[in-house]
Write a protein that binds this ligand. Structure first.
Ligand code: PEP
Ligand code: MN
Length: 365
């Protein structure tokens, strides 16, 4: 995958890149009123609208279909905004290209399916239109990467990943769990791949949208895709999570934009000093873990001689309680200590079990 920078294909790119527009195209008037208000917001560069809507249950509004493409063309003509639409099969692609849509996006329910993704990627071979790929609805990074790779293999290098959260069975205060470590890992693996957050589908309700936008800026995402409707209360889909153009403007003004680098030399020096302290401490932690493991092996040998099991529930309980208390005294979160000692203890157990198996094999021979 060899994606090119947003600045190479978005004219006069500003940060963050903002994509806004309704969840669904409903009628031409709704599109134009919303788009004209969005055009006044400097950071908004791309107008979105879904026309084929993948709905969870049948008999809900499934989009206006191809006629919405003409409205998107009008929006483009009247506002100069770039346009984007969701496509889910080769026929959608053909229609969108015919109506000069600038950018295509792949929805979360499509990126889960390699057959659909491949069909779309094949339809796009040699076309070169930018493609934005939403994460699959389940928390599967490989599937997301796979979808992006299918487009890359079709010769598309104007690629963008969109993080829209992951569906879980448990109800939480988000509609889709953000699971930030997944998009962050994607960024680590593909540092050149632009990544945009869709706070609307993560939040599910408009009051949470700003908070999710801020988080996306704090982890250095390239942009935001925010569902916007001139009157969300009458929206035919995702009414609870859409914001008005005015509210979007307010959100963008409230956001704190921090950069990963600072031009302040004192700041850099201070950061370097603190980071080298962290490096030293981590080195000490590793040395301590090594010493700990040597003792674990000693205990393992004693247990072999004494013919006792590696796992001794009572000792384990007592050990955990002691560490939880130490953690509490040190003002470290209980979950953190639990998780940490879960990992450390498991590794010790594995070591002793391996030692016992080796010993058993030795006896057999
Ligand atoms: C949408 O953007 O309106 C949409 C259907 O999103 P997702 O594919 O993320 O559910
Ligand atoms: Mn939506």
């Amino acid at each position: 995958m060899n994606p090119i920078a947003l600045s190479k294909w978005i004219p006069n790119l500003t940060h963050p890149l903002v994509i806004a527009g309704p969840c669904s195209a409903e009628n031409e008037e709704q599109m134009l009123i919303t788009a004209k208000a969005l055009k006044e917001i400097e950071l908004v560069r791309i107008f979105r609208a879904g026309i084929w809507k993948p709905r969870t249950r049948p008999n809900s509004f499934e989009g206006v279909g191809a006629m919405g493409l003409a409205w998107l063309e009008t929006v483009k003509k009247e506002t100069g905004l770039l346009t984007t639409v969701e496509v889910a099969n080769a026929e959608h692609v053909e229609l969108a290209l015919k109506h000069n849509v600038d950018i295509l996006w792949i929805g979360a329910r499509t990126s889960v399916n390699p057959f659909s993704v491949q069909e779309i990627a094949d339809a796009l071979r040699g076309v070169g239109i930018p493609v934005m790929v939403k994460n699959p609805i389940n928390a599967d990074l490989a599937l997301w990467i796979g979808a992006l790779e299918r487009f890359a293999n079709s010769g598309i290098n104007k690629l963008v990943a969109i993080h829209r959260g992951f569906s879980t069975y448990e109800q939480t205060h988000y509609r889709n769990q953000p699971n930030w470590k997944i998009p962050i890992e994607l960024k680590r693996l593909f540092p050149n791949l632009p990544i945009i957050c869709d706070p609307s589908h993560i939040a599910g309700k408009r009051d949470l949208v700003e908070k999710v936008c801020q988080k996306a800026m704090d982890v250095d995402f390239d942009g935001l895709m925010v569902e916007t409707h001139f009157d969300p209360s009458i929206a035919l889909s995702d009414a609870a999570q859409q914001v008005t153009p005015q509210r979007l403007d307010e959100i963008l003004n409230n956001l704190q934009y921090r950069t990963p680098f600072s031009s302040d030399r004192h700041f850099d020096a201070e950061l370097d000093r603190l980071r080298s302290k962290i490096d030293r401490i981590d080195r000490e932690i590793i040395d301590a873990l090594q010493m700990r493991m040597e003792i674990v092996e000693g205990i393992g040998e004693a247990k072999i001689k004494g013919q006792v099991t590696p796992l001794q529930m009572e000792r384990m309980q007592a050990m955990f309680n002691m560490r939880l208390q130490w953690g509490k005294d040190a003002k470290l979160r209980e979950e953190y200590i639990k998780e940490l000692y879960g990992v450390i203890h498991n590794e010790s157990l594995k070591k002793q079990t391996d030692m016992m198996n080796l010993h058993k094999d030795g006896i057999k021979k």
